[in-house]
Design a protein around this ligand. Sequence first.
Ligand code: F1X
Length: 540
Amino acid sequence: MQSHSKPPTHIRGSIATEAGSKMTSRLTPAILGGLTFLLLLCFDGLLIDNNCVAAPSLIAHVSNETGEVFLSSPNLKLEHEPELLDTVIPFGVQSSPKYKRSLAYHEVRYGLPRILTRVIDSLVNDREEIVQNYGQSAGKDLDQALSSIRNLKNEILTNAELKPLRFSPNENDTWSNEVRVWNNYLVERTKIEGVIPRFYSTIYVYLKCYVFRRIAEAFHFTETLKFYDPFAKQKRRAFEDSTASAIAVAAHTLQEIDRIPEVSSANEKQQFIKHLKLGLWGNRVDQAMSFSHGAAVGQTGNPLELLSGLDKNILIDGTDLAWNALANCRAKKPNGTITVDIVLDNAGYELFTDLSLSAFLIARNLADRIRFYVKRIPWFVSDVTTRDFQWIIQHMKNSSNPDLSRFGELLKGHAETGVFSILDEPFWTSPFVFSEMPQKDPALYAKLSEASLVIFKGDLNYIKLFGDINWEHTTSILQAIRGFLPTNFVSLRTLKSDVCVGLKPNQAESIAIVDPKWLGTAKYGVITAAANNQTCSRAG
Ligand SMILES: O=P(O)(O)OC[C@@]1(O)O[C@H](CO)[C@@H](O)[C@@H]1O
């Protein structure tokens, strides 16, 4: 049953604040003592009318049950009371935070504000270092970026209208061309929705991408911090924290490569499947989740030893289909160029698994070249940018561990000889879902169709693949892609959001009984593949 909920009477924040650890340590004894108390403070991450300093206006009180901070204020006005529906997302419609029992709602209410708070915190904490690295005028640029990000956070918290993005002075440069696409899309959405979209009323995939666009905008209009990546440190730290796991996988992959002449074709298939699974579970190591839930994540343990225990969590296993599609292309094009495209997701450990798979494919002649699609701007916290890609290879190459450094050397060689290439097409940071690609970016669609196999990594690529529509879980993959089949593809995704298709009858219901949170915790994975029968007859 669907019903309109009451407007919120308070805004619920998190312990992650600009006051950061100071705040946490002040709260901890109170929580331990089981007290509920009130604090009058200027909550810097939540400026109201930009006058927090002059008139501290927010009351924070801490739940003695959960330790979470609730904020309320006589001055805090929602620009617009969200018209929420107290229901899950109905089947057949696009995800939106207006459905209160959706993960989309949870992400807009808690996840995105927390991510922005963490960005604000890190900029405040790193001021000295930033000024040292980018020069004196970076101080003023930092303030400018901070103010834009605070405004953005307030806009989400107060359910403001989405506003057009800013053009650069040169209205024909790359930035402006992308802004034009975004602003036209806002006009399109306004027509569809009948009003200007707001954070809680519009579709999820659009608003979430919009937030990351606005973060990039906050830096783009500064002089010294145009290309600053506020997530870079966290991405690097998370990979450093995964070093032991990466060494185990690098040593194993190098051994496979060294022993290629001895390996039978049955084993070759098993090795391919193992690499796909490593890549699937690599998608758990996602700094977006850690940013919005609190703790940092890296990979621990020996990922190869963990694999068999995780098989029971794979809800759809399309590895056979992916293997057959690629092996079939190799058989049909013994002298041709086999291209594999990887539409990357997270930097750090997940990217490392993608590189292991790629090194394996090249060594086994399952691919002659690999094209890696990265993001042009910092995206969804930990998505790979060109700099992240270059950093990880260099970082491995410089490692004191002989396996990691040899592996880094091998990858660097592939990058230098053009076997690996990095592409930062604007479509991946656009608001569009994949079924819109033939119309919005036909050149990219044609490029993907040159590949024998496209590998889509992660949750965002998955939801864009299926239009972020809450299809009934048993909907077939071919129906849910709505014609988007440039070539054979396989998607490796751990479940972090509302959409999941291609399941067997009753499969979703059975998991939901055992684990009601099955869609949102990245505990489960899907390997979703589809074949395009014309692929191997084409060049590429
Ligand atoms: O694409 P990825 O890195 O696997 O997931 C990124 C992510 O931000 O997108 C999901 C849906 O918005 C979130 O739950 C998740 O943390």
